[in-house]
Ligand binder design. Structure first.
Ligand SMILES: [Zn+2]
Length: 275
């Protein structure tokens, strides 16, 4: 892209994308940023609204260089709140891409739902409909679609002995793998902080990113067929559909967002997938 056009784009940057409301509950929306010049098979998704460290950078980058970036929005929180039978039920939006995943997330977040099978099924249907709405705006995940998730995680992990918080960390993935976790095929411990990593589905991306020193988690393809591994996440769905998937994970903390690292990771993904 020439310098003049880049300058014009940054001048016209308004910070807001196009809003696409979920028809059944319009307070749930996708905010879409895209390169208007050509169609793409590359879709970035930020499903957790409070994990937004790299959003502005990525939004500008897709507009300038290609691809589509979707941010799932409702109240600025990690989870979605679904209106069902005049009640509100919480669900993890990265667990709604299969019915089994949606059900287990709804049960976990709303224990009272287990008492009412009909209501639970209504809530599952609604959660799955939100998942389908997102898929629809990702080219219906047709063959050749590349999915890139964008997440932020907290420093360390629960019970790491260093006051860490959360469930994402290379140290924790290593413990999981050593403990026999079926969803991990391979790990590579690179040179970055334990919280900055790519979680991916394809060996070719593993090989390329390993050479560059990144932390890597390669998902085991068995998650596509093993019902116990069907957690309704986008990475499992990608495996089921045999689609290339990369998740760009970096730490967020009030005083120490890893913004610079995640920006470099985004740049690297653009080089890999050429949206
Ligand atoms: Zn997340």
């Amino acid at each position: 892209m020439n310098i003049l056009l880049t300058a014009l784009l940054s001048l016209s940057w308004s910070g807001a994308g196009e809003r696409l409301p979920f028809p059944d509950q319009p307070d749930i929306q996708l905010e879409r940023f895209q390169h208007t010049g050509r169609s793409t098979r590359v879709f970035f998704l930020a499903p957790h609204e409070n994990e937004n460290v790299v959003n502005d950078y990525l939004a500008k980058k897709v507009q300038a260089e290609g691809g589509v970036f979707l941010i799932l929005r409702q109240r600025g929180e990690r989870h979605l709140f679904l209106n069902v039978a005049e009640q509100e039920y919480e669900v993890d939006p990265n667990r709604i891409f299969t019915p089994a995943g949606a059900e287990s997330s709804l049960r976990r977040e709303n224990p009272e739902l287990a008492q009412d099978a009909a209501l639970l099924q209504q809530a599952v249907a609604k959660a799955v409909a939100v998942g389908d709405f997102i898929k629809r705006h990702m080219n219906d995940l047709r063959r050749g679609t590349v999915i890139i998730a964008v997440h932020n995680n907290t420093d360390g992990f629960d019970d790491d002995g260093k006051d860490g918080v959360g469930t994402v960390s290379m140290v924790r993935y290593q413990k999981k793998l050593d403990g026999g976790a079926g969803y991990i095929k391979r790990l590579h411990h690179g040179t970055h902080d334990e919280d900055d990593l790519f979680f991916i589905t394809e060996k070719r991306d593993f090989r390329k990113l390993r050479r560059l020193g990144y932390n890597l988690v390669l998902q085991h393809p068995r998650v596509a067929d093993d019902p116990d591994e069907d957690d309704g996440s986008l990475s499992v769905l990608a495996e089921m559909r045999n689609l290339r998937y990369l998740n760009i994970e970096a730490q967020r903390r009030e005083d120490c967002d890893h913004w610079d690292v995640q920006q470099k990771m985004v740049d690297q993904v653009f080089k890999l997938v050429r949206p």
